[in-house]
Each structure stands twice: as C-alpha cells, then as structure tokens.
Design a protein. Structure first.
Length: 345
C-alpha cells in the first residue's frame, strides 16, 4: 500500500490558516499513516507548528526572501525534494498553482474558480453562500472525505506549555485583578474594517463599569493603535499591544470571559479558543464567508446598502462617510457582550 505524501498549501492571511486547520484534522482522521505537510507563511507557522495532524510545516516567505521568480524557483525545488503525491491548494493563488504544477506533484486539488484552475487535476466548486471553513473542507471531496463531526470541523490553534506560561506572566497582577477578563482587539489589516479607536476606548470604560478587566491586544505593527485605545480608556484598560503572538493571544483568550474584535485574524483566534465573542463588521459582511463560528458568537453591524464595499475592505471609504464604522455604537457592542456572556453562563 502506497503511503500518501500530502501537501496542504495555505499562504494567505493568518485567519485563513486558522480556518484551514479543520481540513488537516480531517485528512489525518481519514488516513492515519499518510505523511501530511502544511506550507504556510512565516507568520502562519506558529499557529500550526504543533498541530497533531501534521508531520511537517514548511515556510514560504513569499513577501520576503521567497518573493519573485527566484523565490518561486526555490520553492519548487523544496517541493520536489519531498516527492508529494497529493497537493491541496487551500487558496486561489496563481503562484501556488504554478509551484505545485512545476514541482511535478501528480494530483493537485484546488478551487475551480481560481485564476489558474487549469493547472489542477481536480477542481472543486467554491460556493459563495458557505462559510470559508466549509468551502475549504469541500476540497476534500475528490479524496472521498466528508466532515459531519462538529468537533473535527472546529478551528484549532496549538498551545504548548511555554505559550501558556507567557500568557500567565502577562496576566499576572496588577494586569489580572480577579475580575472577568475582556479581550479587546481593535486592529485589522484594513482601515475600513476597524471600529474607531475612540469607540473601543469608550467600550473599555463601559465594560469596566460592568465589572470586567479589559486588556487591549494587538500585534507589533498595531502598537500605536492599542496605545491610543488604552490611553483614551485610562484606568479602564491595560495595553498589551505588541506583547503577544497569535498563540499567546489564543492562550489569553481562553482565559477571557469575552473577546471583542473586528473582522480580523483575532476573530478567528477567538473562535479557535472557544471564547464568547462579539465581532464588529464594518466594511465587510459575514455573508462573504468569514464570520465567527459557533453558538457563542454575535456580530454587530449596520445594514447599509453600500456594504460590502470590497472583498477585504480598504484604506478609505468609497463614499467618504465611514458610516459602516461610525454608526456602530458603544451601546450596541456593550449589549452584545452582555448577551454572549449570558449564553455562556
């Protein structure tokens, strides 16, 4: 019997990496002896490095040392050396399709709507009316794999002892003061997906009054934003911006009573951490397939005819109003927090 050597490629956004974890878990359940490898970006590697379904994680620094034709050629060489028998492209990237074909992987599964779909041997529909987690799981259909186990389909992040220890240290007194923890994540890759910083600060003050200990979280490139929110919130919030990677963020969220995020990677981290969450959608809409998953999640948004204004949002409002951001009120979000926390009680 041939031992399959399977490659799963997901080098898109970090949230996409998280949403691809059910796919690799389903692969492992289907084939206990296959060699399963995942190709991700440097930022995505910590999210899956300890995944029990994976034998190996490869890194493609496509925006750094691996960019351009030279980087593509080096990637092809790496893939060839592993002699993969099956590749699953969990994204619609032309670069990915070219690399898999050039590497000579005999069976290549990808989305039929991908720009370079002709380079795949198996093409799978990508229904626009389904959550992206489920669209990704659909890539397993050519292998005869279906997923009907909600636990198997739940996104996953590895948390080792060192990660848990870092989270414990960050939440030690005086940051942690015995009150329920509210994790506030004001960032997102696109400006029109960010609820305004003053609103997050006002929410922190409101939640502080409701008995929560608020921490403001964000990556190293979001330090200015988290500092702005925390400064405006005063004593109602502690700024932990730039002090967590995504695994530590997940560890903190697992200890939180509630997480409040924009449509962003931390939203998917909150899903993986199984924390009650409120997701604020501004320029984008959950119907695009990237909303929070699970029964303990609520979306707060304004129903505007101009939404969504793009696939990912943008740096400016096309109408110049920022209505999708500005019309979501602090009281809207505060009420949603009360509702999801009541469900979790």
């Amino acid at each position: 019997m041939i031992r399959e050597r399977i490659l799963v490629v997901q080098t898109a956004f970090l949230g996409d990496v998280i949403l691809t974890t059910p796919l690799v878990a389903a692969l492992r359940r289907h084939d206990a002896v296959a060699e399963i490898t995942m190709l991700v970006t440097p930022g995505g590697a910590p999210l899956v490095a300890a995944h029990p379904a994976l034998d190996r994680v490869l890194v493609d620094d496509k925006r750094g040392s691996g960019r351009g034709l030279g980087g593509l050629a080096r990637l092809v060489g790496v893939l060839r050396a592993h002699h993969f028998t099956i590749a699953i492209a969990a994204q619609k990237s032309v670069r990915t399709a070219l690399a898999l074909r050039a590497a000579g992987i005999p069976r290549r599964i990808g989305f039929a709507s991908a720009p370079a779909a002709r380079l795949y041997t198996d093409r799978v529909a990508r229904p626009l009316d389904r959550h992206d987690r489920d669209r990704l799981l659909g890539l397993l259909a050519p292998l005869g794999i279906t997923v009907d186990d909600p636990e198997l389909a739940h996104p996953w992040i590895a948390l080792d002892a060192a990660t848990e220890a870092r989270a414990t240290a960050l939440l030690a007194p005086p940051v942690g003061d015995g009150r329920p923890l509210a994790a506030l994540c004001p960032g997102s890759a696109w400006r029109t997906k960010r609820w305004p910083a003053p609103a997050f600060a006002a929410l922190a003050r409101a939640l502080d009054a409701d008995g929560y200990r608020c921490v403001v979280l964000g990556g190293p490139d979001e330090r200015a934003l988290t500092a702005t929110v925390a400064a405006a919130a005063g004593a109602a919030a502690v700024d932990l911006g730039g002090r967590t990677d995504l695994p530590v963020l997940a560890a903190i969220m697992r200890r939180a009573a509630v997480a409040v995020t924009n449509d962003s990677a931390p939203m998917h981290v909150a899903t993986a951490a199984r924390v009650p969450q409120v997701a604020i959608f501004c320029a984008t809409v959950p119907a695009q397939g990237y909303g929070p998953l699970g029964p303990r999640a609520l979306v707060v948004e304004r129903d505007l005819a101009c939404r969504p204004c793009g696939r990912h949002g943008g740096e400016r409002c096309p109408r110049g109003t920022d209505d999708c951001m500005e019309l979501v009120t602090v009281e809207d979000v505060r009420t949603a927090v009360a509702q999801v926390c009541a469900r979790a009680a």
